[in-house]
Design a protein around this ligand. Structure first.
Ligand code: FMN
Length: 167
């Protein structure tokens, strides 16, 4: 059986094949299954499918040239005010982002995590482009679609990075 976790790779090239109906909801249900500190779930998701908006993202984010060719892009955002555990909203949004990537892989789709927060120039410009309210922070972008590139699984396991009981 294909291992959804160990076979995940960053996919930056996409075909023109449209997404099946219901795909976005499936992905977002998986995103919101992520753990969050105190179960605060301090996230929001902006689904971008508008080609004109997708085309504007590389003007803001210098490593996002694949975004205009994606079938869709999900911007994971945090709402720090609802997170009683301070900056842990950041980990919560990271967990949701990873769930999105793993779900894409499970569905035969591909995507890549584009970092936004804490690079405030990206955060501010993305918030402005998408009309995000002041209390919401763009955390990551995940452009995706059917893969137009194949990547082999990588073995990142390094025993010297593993420590038992004491360092
Ligand atoms: C926090 C974070 C930010 C990233 N930002 C970018 C980015 O701006 N552009 C990009 O093409 N890839 C980005 N990536 C993807 C990494 O480059 C990729 O995960 C890494 O090279 C390992 O490759 P793999 O995902 O195929 O295993 C980011 C990944 C993380 C976790």
């Amino acid at each position: 059986m294909k291992d959804v976790i160990t076979s995940r790779r960053s996919i930056r090239k996409y075909t023109d094949q449209p997404l099946p109906e219901g795909t976005i909801e499936t992905i977002l249900r998986a995103a919101t299954a992520a753990p969050s500190a105190g179960n605060e779930q301090p996230w929001h998701f902006l689904v971008i499918e508008d080609k004109e908006l997708l085309a504007k993202v590389p003007e803001i984010h210098e490593y996002s040239s694949m975004v205009p060719s994606a079938q869709a892009c999900i911007m994971v955002c945090g709402e720090p005010a609802v997170a009683r555990h301070g900056d842990m909203w950041v980990q919560d949004c990271a967990a949701a982002t990873e769930n999105i990537l793993l779900t894409l892989n499970a569905l035969g789709l591909g995507g890549v995590w584009l970092g936004c927060y804490p690079k405030m120039s990206r955060v501010t410009a993305l918030a402005q482009l998408f009309g995000v309210p002041d209390n919401i922070v763009p955390f990551s972008l995940v452009p995706f679609g059917y893969p137009a590139e194949e990547k082999s699984p990588r073995d990142n396991y390094r025993p010297e990075r593993v420590h038992y009981n004491r360092w």
